[in-house]
Design a protein around this ligand. Sequence first.
Ligand code: HXC
Length: 517
Amino acid sequence: MSNQLNKVKELIELREEARLGGGQKAIDKQHQKGKYTARERIAMLLDEGSFEELDMFVKHRCTNFGQDKKHILGDGVVTGYGTIEGRLIYLYAQDFTVFGGSLSETMAQKICKVMDMAMKMGAPCIGLNDSGGARIQEGINALSGYAEIFQRNVMASGVIPQISGIFGPCAGGAVYSPALTDFTLMMEGTSYMFLTGPKVVKTVTGEDVTQEDLGGASVHATKSGVTHFTAETEEEGLAMIRLLLSYLPQNNMEEAPFVECDDATDRLEDSLNEIIPDNPNKAYDMHEVITRIVDHGEFLEVQPQYATNIIVGFARFNGQSVGIVANQPSSYAGVLDCNASRKGARFVRFCDAFNIPLVTLVDVPGFLPGTGQEYNAIILNGAKLMYAYCEATVPKITITLRKSYGGSHIVMSCKQLRGDLNYAWPTAEIAVMGAAGAANILFAKEAKTKEDPAKFIEDGIAEYTKLFANPYNAARYGYIDDVIEPRNTRFRIIRGLQQLQTKKLTNPAKKHGNIPL
Ligand code: HXC
């Protein structure tokens, strides 16, 4: 065999060694836990045969605690680029079979390299996390590695989409990279995220809590809102990332891809003319409105289990990607509280950063009153949603279906927050507050002087309702651009979006605003 062939053989063997990660025993252990390896995940995520791996021969430089005798090619993370539906993406996948996927100085360098490339090329960056945290043997070098990643996460924020998949442990400071990215997906049963684990919690606070109850997928999907998506299987989770990317542009200078649409643009939805219950206090499911107006009824809901009184997610109108924000009357009457406001605000800002038009569906009785909300700074949280809509320069179409009262009317993308098209259904009630509340304040004093105070208040409610519980008063001033037939909603939105395609609006030059965090 020639010298050159020998060298090629050596290369092939080294590649095989690297592909085995921490070895067959560790791979079997990973499988026994119901988890895939980093390379198996990449193969499922990317278009077949599109992955180009980088830095396969990187080794750590640590000499502490006998580490100089333990080297594994690639050092616990698989990095590179490939395509999803033919579109370029960069990614890294931590390999738990190598030192528990723990982050070393060199692993951080590998991750930073693909992040830098993603920024240079203007392509999304995906991180598949499965790691025991900072590589304990390396100490401060591992910490500095995390800091390098966080700095890049922030610089990339609003420039390229960043997605974090959590496929195993993600603990300690490691949680901050996913938190800084745009979307996080967690695996049910096999992943967890927390700053301090159950043992530290017990020592510091005395609280007994399991890993799952402290930072499992369902906790972060329902209570904290840390994760945007959850999946039962890794296959499902990786498919969800592919689906999510289909709604997003490659970077902040591009538009989301148009998809050929064979759902009629002039499709009338007669059922929408009868969806609003006669009783104003009765709920209906806003999902039904959304799925009836968007292309093929397809809606990718973001944070579906968190702050369910507001719905946010991606859909398409005539093939164009949009972000939908909608109050949900069937969850706490669609009231805006701290969590719903923050959820809405973050989503609006994401869409604005990535040129995705916003369609807002309004049926909101107001902000939730009470000490619980005030002590949790509903003032600041509500202001976040306000700030996000005020700041947004993407096309903004708002449809008011029913209630739109007071501050919540303003916050939900009203005309004065630079709404481009503000339509209302004939069932809309746009007023400073609900008729009953208003009449009780306006007429309470006078009612006491009447023979039948209750009747007097009732008459007051009827008068207020007649005057304000309709869309025409707002339309009279041009605050509503048109009152539309509900069944025409899809058609009117599509026409509106077409018209707004050339929209140009820029905010004043500044270093950055000061959003009420
Ligand atoms: C080095 C690690 C490691 C780590 C795991 N391993 N975590 N090596 N640094 N952080 C190694 C283990 O020693 C083991 O090596 C192999 O990975 C598999 O780990 P197991 O414990 O056998 O796996 P499992 O039973 O599934 O438990 C997983 C685990 C546990 C729960 C993640 O390994 C664990 O608690 N790890 C430590 C977590 C932690 O405290 N990390 C540091 C946090 S501080 P062998 O050779 O035996 O196979 C931090 C600060 C970051 O992250 C701050 C950033 C700002």
